[in-house]
Design a protein around this ligand. Sequence first.
Ligand SMILES: NC(=O)c1ccc[n+]([C@@H]2O[C@H](COP(=O)([O-])OP(=O)(O)OC[C@H]3O[C@@H](n4cnc5c(N)ncnc54)[C@H](O)[C@@H]3O)[C@@H](O)[C@H]2O)c1
Length: 297
Amino acid sequence: MNIKKVGVVGCGLMGHGIVQVAAQGGCEVIALETEQAFLDKGLGRIQKSVAKLAEKQVEKGKLDEAQAKAFVEGTLGRIKGSTNKADLADCDLVIEAIVENLDVKKALFAELGKLCMADTIFASNTSSFPIGEMADASGRPARFVGLHFFNPVQLMRLVEVVRTDKTDENVFAAARAFGESCGKTPVSCKDTPGFVVNRLLVPYMTQALLMLERGDATKEDIDTAMQLGCGYPMGPLTLTDYVGLDTTLFILQGWKERYPNEPAFEVPKILERLVSEGKLGRKTGEGFYKWDGDKKS
Ligand SMILES: NC(=O)c1ccc[n+]([C@@H]2O[C@H](COP(=O)([O-])OP(=O)(O)OC[C@H]3O[C@@H](n4cnc5c(N)ncnc54)[C@H](O)[C@@H]3O)[C@@H](O)[C@H]2O)c1
């Protein structure tokens, strides 16, 4: 199974990055959005990002000017934008990167299941929902995987490739190979909440929040401890500000509702309170810390 033509539904934060890395890997890519304005924004981001990458390669001496030009033109030339789902019909793989709402995702896959050729593989980039539920909704559960990329997609080297009990082995192998062609290292995972990374990371962030809530240590000391003691690039409270307190709360509440007996999925009160106050982290200028753009103020 060789993946040559890829559709990416949603050209937002994650989708535009997936479109770019798939095109850099040599695939023809259709980027699908609901409105032309969203599509233009996503494609604009890709143009800037590809140009910056080419520039850096020249600076490092890895490409000369002509090669850089060919890289930019080749990558962008493989990308086509669309607002018409019918353009996805003959894709080998369609990756969904739309809003994190399970009903909306299931409705999309039900529609794509009728519209795409029988061989098309479907993938979701969801961070928190069961892949199996979308797979069933698509009407082709054997040809369904999770492809969980990380933000920023262009820079992060991992992709989690998620299989359900119904995923065909050849489909899974093709999805892994596609991840590699995007320049990523794939890890395989079963369809479990949070897969590997978020299953470990979110409860870790939760424990840091509970420590702060109990007054065991200050936020600065918790962050410094994990940076210097574990060599992490940032501490858990800074990380929660980066991810977004609302996103973290949304994931935790969803897991708590779905898996009420899992003790790792506790929702800290401090998280609920800060979100209700509109303190969502870096993006609103305040979370656990105050932010001035990308910098703590
Ligand atoms: N943000 C992250 O750090 C991150 C990391 C890994 C995975 N994810 C997952 O990736 C997915 C997308 O997240 P995001 O942060 O890129 O969101 P986003 O809001 O930046 O982008 C979503 C895009 O999808 C478009 N869209 C919505 N419905 C659509 C439809 N029916 N057809 C076509 N386009 C549609 C929207 O117009 C928007 O541009 C979510 O499932 C999220 O959980 C996010």
